[in-house]
Design a protein around this ligand. Structure first.
Ligand code: ZN
Length: 168
């Protein structure tokens, strides 16, 4: 690659700009994202948002990993708007990450800020660093889950969540 070629002259600038955009989640405040809540009225059952697509960057190779997340919680007295759950995923995905930490951070933020009876996050993603290099296994997916409260401890709540995972 000739660095003076007009086509690539601005590539370093473009790479920096792309990296800044893909790690902009650090500037989002999870407390603020989850601050708009509503009284749950009589609803005390599980809320699940599934099929939340995301792109993150693996901190080991700075290559993207892409996938879908399921975010679930069982409310105590407040529920949060569905779009906020998607924004919460982006807040933690748009930074240098490992999938295990991404999964846990989303669940921990829900637990801290919504104080639900239980929270559950399941993430399935394929990693460019494994698909395009290394063992080169395109199509291999890594699945991680992190459960708290009743979703961890009550078998029937856990089974109900697992039944929703068909769309993952
Ligand atoms: Zn990697």
């Amino acid at each position: 690659m000739d660095p003076n070629d007009p086509g690539v002259r601005d590539t370093p600038k473009r790479v920096l700009k792309a990296m800044a955009e893909m790690t902009a989640g650090r500037q989002d405040d999870p407390a603020k994202i989850l601050s708009t809540t509503f009284e749950k009225h009589a609803y005390d059952q599980m809320v699940v948002l599934r099929g939340i697509e995301f792109v993150s960057l693996c901190e080991h190779h700075m290559l993207p990993f892409t996938g879908r997340a399921v975010v679930a919680y069982v409310p105590t007295d407040r529920v949060v708007g569905l779009s906020k759950l998607a924004r919460l995923v982006d807040c933690y995905a748009r930074r240098f990450q490992i999938q295990e930490r991404l999964t846990q951070q989303i669940a921990d933020a829900l637990t801290t800020h919504l104080k639900p009876r239980g929270a559950g996050v399941v993430v399935a993603a394929s990693h460019s660093c494994m698909c395009a290099r290394g063992v080169r296994k395109p199509g291999a997916e890594m699945v991680t889950s992190y459960l708290t409260g009743v979703l961890r401890d009550k078998p029937e709540a856990r089974a109900e969540l697992m039944a929703f995972l068909g769309g993952t």
